[in-house]
Design a protein around this ligand. Sequence first.
Ligand code: 2NE
Length: 270
Amino acid sequence: RNWTTIKEYEDIKFEFFEGIAKITINRPEVYNAFRPQTNFDMLNAMDICRERSDIGVVVLTGTGDKAFCSGGDQNVKGVGGYVDEHGVPRLNVLDLHKAIRSLPKPVIAMVNGYAIGGGHVLHVVCDLTIASDNAKFGQTGPKVGSFDAGFGSNYLARHVGQKKAREIWFLCKQYTAKEAEDMGMVNTVVPLERLEDETVEWCKTIMMRSPMAIRMIKRGLNAELDGQRGLMEFAGDATMMYYLMEEAQEGKNAFLEKRDPEFQKFPKFP
Ligand code: 2NE
């Protein structure tokens, strides 16, 4: 498969192939743990994914066959957060969670190994998870002095139920890909050598569907959980769709032509 580089970054690879953007955390020496720079890189790539209309689906993965992502890089964990190159403690992976939720296109976690700690949260936040059979899932927060009571807990509970979500966080055990699939937090499990083929097939199937329909489904499913913000994003897309209608054009045209708008000519569906 001929992936072409979209943009060079320090901590990630960002590539394109036939409508698919692939973001690969490229820090195999720390099992693809993220530091603040990694999240800044991913946030920038997500902005590009949002802007480029030739990108239909985004795939998130990690370099190698050991880890998808092992969470926050413990080497740079300081007081108050993960410390960037200027000495500022940050938790900017949360901005990435918001960007994944907010992107009006599907984001698929292609889990090629450990999805642990903040790396587990990352796959949870993605719209779909496709895992290789060697993948391992789990939380470590309460074992290593951390936790994510946001999407990493409450959205997880929507996938696996409250009891299992509490088990995952309270015990910090590891689960096989098959167990994760049975729990409902993984869509499918395939042999490692098939992982990318399978993911690309899912992407291509999704891209044959109506992008606007997919977008509204993602917005609607998010809105139930995301409170005012979810409603705002759903409503924003309703406004966008209204702007595509002649009825909305009539309002603007009438204003510019200094006349009363003729809204009554538009149908009122039951
Ligand atoms: C992932 C896991 C279970 C793998 O275990 P194993 O035994 O197969 O490998 P090993 O030897 O532990 O790891 C391989 C190399 O990767 C580094 C290790 O230090 C090791 O390096 P060397 O000794 O070979 O030089 N490595 C792995 N994970 C790392 C990490 N997160 N930061 C820095 N280096 C890391 C095992 O490695 C593991 O349990 N890793 C730690 C997982 C973890 O606790 N992550 C942080 C959770 S908190 C978090 O992510 C978070 C949050 O809860 C809320 C908000 C934001 C972040």
